[in-house]
Design a protein. Structure first.
Length: 125
């Protein structure tokens, strides 16, 4: 079983506000998210707002890898081990933006992300 991490995403968008979220993922999934670098969003900070999530060491912070703490938080319903919406969107954006050649050359850091990509489009191997 892979070690789970409790990660905090936080990004400041100036006068529009800021976005933050706690989520649980593996180290491989975190590395894959950082490789995606950026995902567009719309209306997260109110009507007509738009911007991009930025995934790097300044916006993603590992809070703990204490497995007992993380499991207790899941058991109590304080946290979910479901990946946040922006992770699924990062998957979609990554696949949609690739040409066939890029897809063949592209190496993801995460086995989880690779399996998700294959499940999403089984014709690509």
């Amino acid at each position: 079983m892979e070690t789970k991490l409790l990660v905090k995403y936080q990004e400041d968008y100036g006068r529009m506000g800021d976005l933050d979220e706690l989520f649980i993922c593996t180290a491989d999934e975190l590395a894959a998210l950082k490789e995606v670098k950026e995902v567009y969003w719309s209306e997260k900070l109110g009507k007509h707002s738009e911007g991009s999530y930025t995934f790097d060491d300044t916006t993603l912070t590992v809070l703990t890898d204490d497995q007992q703490f993380i499991q207790k938080a899941i058991d109590l319903g304080v946290l979910s081990d479901d990946l946040p919406d922006f992770f699924a969107q990062a998957l979609d954006d990554t696949v949609e933006s690739m040409s066939e050649d890029e897809y063949g050359q592209y190496r993801l850091a995460s086995k989880s992300l690779t399996n998700a990509l294959k499940a999403k489009n089984p014709a690509r191997k």
